[in-house]
Design a protein around this ligand. Structure first.
Ligand code: ADP
Ligand code: MG
Length: 235
């Protein structure tokens, strides 16, 4: 079976004025469909850069990303955008909800933007918001929600399109431990029950440990790979 994500010799150099900042150095790995993988490393180690490149939001300086066998660099801009919208659900540290829309509108608009032909499955949406414990908060705007609630809305937004891949960059970075646990639990469920491939980036080794596999990053490189609890627990 081909991996669902392949990163091949990815390098990224940010050119800022006269100074070149190398953010990724020759990073390669593969992720199998159905895996839950964490990438953990200190601030500045290149995690977000990798996240943006894997999600097709930024181009690498060199190297290749393939999603489901399609090399991003061989796609046109519109093909890449389409791939992103149909295959990937994004979760960000700062939630990134649209402030003028209610929680439910934030989720609905994400579904519309994804361009799917079939209408939104209301029963699934209800199931999702119940699992996330936000059923009673759907008519509120982000400013009326706690950080934990906003991130759970953001998770509903990411999952409502049934993406094959969930990419999360520090999804618990702005949350207290109770809300972090709720978000981690939902990512685990999305992986185990909805069979989504999850790639979670974090600087928190405890959060990273829930994954099947943990890739450690430092100074733009993957320095080691270890098994996480997910793999150690017989599934
Ligand atoms: P992390 O997410 O692990 O904290 P980043 O990928 O954000 O790491 O950053 C990796 C390195 O690249 C850091 O040295 C950072 O300062 C630099 N960097 C990130 N984004 C930019 C940018 N847009 N322009 C210039 N340098 C950047
Ligand atoms: Mg980051």
């Amino acid at each position: 079976m081909q991996p669902i994500i392949t990163a091949e010799n990815l390098s990224k150099v940010y050119r800022t004025g006269k100074i070149d900042v190398p953010a990724l150095r020759n990073v390669s790995f593969t992720i199998e469909s159905g895996e839950f993988v964490s990438i953990v490393g200190p601030s500045g180690s290149g995690k977000s850069t990798l996240f943006y490149i894997l999600g097709g939001l930024t181009r690498p300086t060199s190297g290749h990303v393939s999603i489901d066998g399609s090399d991003f660099s061989s796609l046109t801009d519109s093909e890449r955008t389409r791939m992103r919208k149909t295959k990937i659900g994004f979760v960000f540290q700062r939630f990134n909800l649209l402030p003028t829309l209610t929680a439910i509108q934030n989720v609905e608009i994400a579904y519309e933007i994804s361009g799917r032909k079939e209408p939104l499955d209301r029963a699934y949406l209800e199931h999702l918001t119940q699992l996330l414990g936000i059923s009673g908060r759907l008519q509120h705007r982000p400013s009326e929600l706690s950080g934990g609630e906003q991130q759970r809305v953001a998770l509903a937004r990411a999952l409502v399109t049934h993406p094959a891949i969930v990419l999360a960059d520090e999804p618990t970075g702005n949350l207290d431990s109770k809300n972090s646990d709720a978000v981690l639990d939902m990512l685990l469920r999305s992986n185990r029950e909805l069979k989504q491939t999850v790639l979670m980036i974090t600087h928190n080794p405890e959060a990273a440990a829930i994954a099947d596999r943990i890739l450690h990053m430092r100074d733009g490189e993957i320095t080691s790979i270890e098994a996480g609890r997910g793999q150690l627990a017989a599934r």
